[in-house]
Design a binder for this molecule. Structure first.
Ligand SMILES: [Zn+2]
Length: 271
C-alpha cells in the first residue's frame, strides 16, 4: 500500500515540485539574505551604544567635535577697510600755560596763536573733519590718536634783524611727518607769500614736547606762523588768511591719507 509521502508520489506534491524546480534561485535568495543579515549585525553598534550616540552624550565614541580647530594664519583682505574717521588736533600754542613771546604794547604770542588756531578748527569743521582744539600741555595729548597734529606758534616780538621774518615748519622726528610738513608748508607759502625761514628752526621745535606725548604713528608738526615783530601786520590783521592756509595744508594731507588708505598695496587693491 502506498503512503502519502512515498517517493512515488513525489511528482504529485506542488511544494516539493516547486522547490525542486527553483533550487538555484532559492539558494541564491537564502545566501543573499544571510549576507545582508551578517552585514547588518556586523556594523550595528551594540545595544546601549546606539541610544547613547543618539542622545549625543557618549564621550569619545562615534562623536566628533562640532568645531574643527583651524590654525591661525594672516588674513589677506581683498578689499581695503574703510578708512578711520579723519580727526585733527590743533594746539593753540602756549594756551593754558603761558603767554609766549610778549610785545611791548602787551600783544602776546598766545593771543595771536589762538586767533589763528580757532579759525583753523572752524575751517576743518566746515570740511567735515573732527577736530580737537588743544592747550599747550593739554592732558588729551597723552597718547593722542588722530590723523595728525598741528601746533601753532609765532616767533619773537623782539627786533632781531631784517631777516627775522617768515614762517617755518618742523615735523616730529618720532613719526614720519614729512607729508604733513610739505602740505602745510606749501599751502602756507602760497597763500601768504611769506618766506620760509628754515635756518631758525630750533632744537625746541624738533624736540617739541607734544611729539613725544601723542600716540606713536600720529604725524605731528609745529608751525611758527611768523615773527611778531616784522610780520606783526599780517599776523594780527589777517588771521583768516593764515588759518585758511594752514587748513588747506591739512586738507592736502588728509587727501593723501585717504588716497593712501584706498590704494595701500598691503590691502591688495589695484594700484
Ligand atoms: Zn611759542
Amino acid at each position: 500500500m502506498q503512503t502519502p509521502f512515498s517517493d512515488d508520489s513525489y511528482e504529485d506534491r506542488p511544494l516539493r515540485r516547486f522547490i525542486g524546480r527553483n533550487l538555484a534561485l532559492l539558494a541564491f535568495l537564502a545566501l543573499s539574505t544571510a549576507g545582508m543579515l551578517a552585514a547588518y549585525f556586523y556594523f550595528s553598534p551594540s545595544s546601549g551604544v546606539a541610544e547613547v550616540v543618539a542622545a549625543g552624550s557618549l564621550e569619545g565614541a562615534l562623536t566628533a567635535p562640532f568645531v574643527k580647530p583651524v590654525p591661525a594664519k594672516p588674513v589677506t583682505q581683498r578689499l581695503a577697510q574703510s578708512p578711520a574717521p579723519v580727526r585733527f588736533g590743533v594746539i593753540s600754542g602756549h594756551k593754558g600755560n603761558d603767554s609766549g613771546s610778549v610785545c611791548e604794547d602787551g600783544l602776546t604770542e598766545a593771543q595771536v596763536n589762538e586767533d589763528i588756531a580757532v579759525r583753523v578748527i572752524a575751517q576743518l569743521q566746515t570740511h567735515g573733519i573732527a577736530t580737537d582744539l588743544l592747550d599747550e600741555f593739554d592732558p588729551r595729548l597723552a597718547n593722542y590718536a588722530a590723523t595728525g597734529l598741528v601746533s601753532i606758534h609765532a616767533d619773537s616780538c623782539d627786533y632781531i634783524n631784517d631777516q627775522a621774518t617768515g614762517f617755518k615748519v618742523a615735523g616730529s622726528g618720532l613719526t614720519d611727518s614729512s607729508q604733513l610738513s610739505i602740505c602745510v608748508e606749501g599751502a602756507y607759502r602760497q597763500a601768504t607769500q611769506m618766506n620760509y625761514h628754515a635756518h631758525t628752526i630750533t632744537h625746541d621745535m624738533l624736540d617739541y614736547h607734544a611729539f613725544r606725548e601723542i600716540a606713536p604713528g600720529v604725524p605731528g608738526i609745529i608751525i611758527e606762523v611768523g615773527f611778531l615783530n616784522l610780520d606783526r601786520q599780517i599776523l594780527t590783521t589777517q588771521p583768516d588768511l593764515l588759518a585758511g592756509a594752514i587748513a588747506d595744508g591739512i586738507l592736502c594731507y588728509v587727501d593723501q591719507v585717504r588716497v593712501g588708505v584706498r590704494y595701500a598695496p598691503s590691502a591688495g587693491a589695484a594700484p
